[in-house]
Design a protein around this ligand. Structure first.
Ligand code: AMP
Length: 368
């Protein structure tokens, strides 16, 4: 049953994703309240903040007394908080838990029949024989921390036992993943509402540098068949897990056109920011619709759109010329109101229009 207009949606986390979810909820006639410890939370410009730690029981009680349903913009909320909620959590705690631990995530993906890169779960206690076997079976690979990794943090490329031992000691329990020769990185989103209706996004092409997303583009260069397969994987997962809410799948396309799932997010995603200005529904509106059990429709952008992340510049005096950027036709600047820190995600620029590719290149150059 749809959530009544005027009800409140609780959001766990108050970063830029929470900010944009709050805007989308407000446009549909809902109020929002969010739990977030950061006193400078971007979502505070549009939503009511409960400023406390994610395991603060009084704060959770307060959130639940305001909200009729809870969603999230940040998956690393402690499991006891997620599991102890009395209001419906969308996506469910079990899905959020999977997405916050690579070991569980990969196993669950395999069980649902989705392909992942070959991997081994490793622990600092494992002896050299185990580590050596993993290396010889996988070849050199990426050691990714099991929990709390993001934007290339908690990740190391390792090619011999000494490197693996050192990185494992530093990172703690991790997954060693074979390095795959992908031709493209793609993402796709799927939303499903409690009534069982499913909606898919367009397939987005992503460019990362140093593990951080720099730029996304719709439509992707991938063939229509590859895009259809990506959407099919997302649909299969949403149905297998009886998803309520929105999930993002990050994928690798291999030279033969096959796909591997790299990772999942149980929420809107940085790559999906281009949906704000590409026409059609935004990922934020779709997550809100799914959470509120409103009707869902597929949400591919209606026109070509590029998204370029505005990352914290290397030093304060290298601040980019945002006025020059705003003068470029077809640019849509989104700033999150966050304090500068090198490489921190401070905003993004969407570029549309007849000259989109050229202007996107200019924007990328201005934001270097
Ligand atoms: P992740 O934190 O897992 O999203 O990884 C960040 C980025 O590192 C990805 O977007 C890829 O560019 C790269 N990467 C991650 N895993 C692999 C892999 N198994 N093989 C090759 N590149 C990878």
């Amino acid at each position: 049953m749809s959530l009544a207009v005027g009800s409140t949606i609780g959001i766990l986390g108050g970063g830029q994703l929470g900010q944009m979810l709050a805007v989308a909820a407000g446009r549909l006639g809902y109020r929002t309240a969010f739990l977030e410890p950061d006193p400078l939370a971007p979502a505070a410009s549009f939503s009511r903040q409960i400023q406390a730690a994610f395991d603060d029981e009084d704060a959770i009680f307060q959130l639940e007394s305001l909200a009729q349903v809870i969603t999230l913009e940040f998956e690393n909320v402690p499991a006891p908080t997620l599991e102890g909620l009395e209001r419906p959590l969308r996506p469910a705690a079990a899905i959020c838990r999977l997405a916050s631990d690579r070991r569980l995530e990969k196993k669950a993906l395999e069980q649902a029949g989705l392909p992942v890169a070959p991997y081994r779960v490793l622990d600092p206690q494992d002896d050299d024989l185990v580590l050596q076997r993993a290396l010889s079976e996988l070849g050199s690979g990426l050691l990714k921390t099991a929990t709390l990794g993001y934007d290339g943090h908690g990740q190391a490329r390792v090619s011999d036992l000494a490197e693996l031992r050192e990185a494992l000691g530093r990172q703690g329990p991790s997954v060693l993943e074979q390095e795959v020769p992908f031709t493209r990185e793609l993402s796709v989103q799927v939303a499903r509402n409690p009534s069982g209706q499913v909606a898919l996004s367009g397939v987005i092409e992503n460019l990362h540098e140093g593990g951080i997303l720099r730029r996304s583009h719709y439509p992707p260069q991938a063939s229509p068949q590859v895009q259809e397969r990506a959407r099919e994987l997302a649909r299969r997962l949403a149905n297998a897990w009886s998803l309520e809410g929105l999930l993002t799948l990050e994928l690798f396309e291999l030279p033969d056109g096959s796909l591997l799932v790299n990772e999942l997010a149980p929420r809107v995603h940085n790559s999906g920011h281009l949906s704000l200005d590409g026409g059609g529904f935004s990922q934020f509106e779709i997550q809100i619709r799914a959470v509120c059990d409103l009707p869902l429709l597929d949400f591919a952008p209606e026109r070509e759109v590029f998204m370029i992340n505005l990352l914290g510049w290397p030093s304060p005096e290298q601040e980019p010329d945002l006025a020059a950027l705003l003068r470029l036709p077809g640019t849509h600047l989104h700033l999150y109101g966050k304090r500068w820190r090198p490489l921190r995600k401070l905003g993004h620029v969407n570029v549309t229009g007849p000259q989109a590719a050229e202007i996107a290149a200019e924007v990328s150059a201005l934001l270097r």
